[in-house]
Design a protein around this ligand. Structure first.
Ligand code: MGP
Ligand code: SAH
Length: 232
């Protein structure tokens, strides 16, 4: 195994606590899967805002790190959800289905092999979750990550497509080295976004953005930030 591979393998129980029970990952999944604690946090936080029978779409499901936690969290709350998980890669659909089986939630998820941009407008959803490819593990070498480096479409196109054709209630996973002002620029007039830094062992791992109805309302908005305030 190459050193980069060893780095991810050493974190295997952080990715999936039930790793030893038959979890499968492929090359891309090793470096893209959302660590379980972060995926669980996102799922628990959004579950509080979703109605009974909510429809959730994971547009880029990968190995299932997030999909599985959505299923577990909504099941725990007896919300009888409908969960759709799309990936364009047949291998990912195979391993995500296997991993969901390990966690006992495969029967709660409809896995769809296909292109997010083709399938998503066909589903009426309450929440769309997006964790697209960032362009490989070298994303961190960009210095400040440009939101337009997201694949297969830049962040602006991804979010405008989703808001127009799928839902405005979006949760988006982004690299920790992104310029937050680029996130704010994704919103249109009267739209809002909550930007959350997800830390593990005192280190920021990822950034999660909650748009519109997915914003936790318990924190009153006290200040309006300008571009100069949040540029670093
Ligand atoms: P990382 O920076 O590659 O790992 O990814 P780490 O362990 O923080 O590296 P270190 O050397 O700085 O310690 C951090 C997290 O980002 C991963 O656990 C994934 O959850 C997420 N991630 C990384 N990549 C390359 C992607 C990606 O392409 N897409 C998505 N959706 N998530 C990714
Ligand atoms: N959140 C996932 C990781 C997602 S990685 C987890 O925790 O496991 C990003 C995924 O997007 C990859 O599996 C890749 O195959 C998929 N992908 C890339 N382009 C896509 C497209 N157009 N439609 C659907 N999935 C796509």
């Amino acid at each position: 195994m190459d050193p980069e591979g060893i780095k991810y393998f050493n974190q295997r129980y952080r990715l999936f606590s039930r790793y030893d029970e038959g979890i499968e990952l492929d090359h891309e999944a090793w470096y893209s899967v959302t660590p379980e604690a972060i995926a669980k946090h996102i799922a628990n936080k959004t579950a509080e805002l979703l109605p009974h029978g909510a429809v959730i779409l994971d547009g880029f499901c990968g190995a299932g790190g997030n999909t599985i936690q959505f299923a577990l969290s909504l099941k725990e709350r007896q919300l009888s959800p409908y969960i759709f998980a799309i990936d364009i890669d047949p291998k990912k659909i195979e391993i995500a289905r296997n991993n969901a089986r390990v966690y006992g939630v495969d029967h709660l998820i409809e896995f769809i092999l296909g292109d997010y941009f083709v399938i998503s407008p066909l589903i009426h959803v309450d929440l769309v979750f997006l964790s697209p490819p960032w362009g490989g593990p070298g994303y961190i070498n960009e210095g400040v990550y440009d939101i337009q480096s997201l694949k297969p479409l830049g962040g602006k196109e991804l979010i405008s497509f989703t808001m127009k054709n799928v839902s405005k209630n979006i949760v988006l996973c982004l690299p920790r080295n992104i310029n937050p002002y680029q996130i704010v620029q994704l919103t249109e007039k009267y739209e809002r976004v909550e930007i959350e830094y997800n830390c593990m062992n005192r280190k920021v791992k990822t950034i999660t953005c909650y748009f519109n109805k997915m914003i936790e309302e318990k924190w009153p908005i006290k200040e309006v930030y300008t571009e100069e305030d949040i540029l670093w």
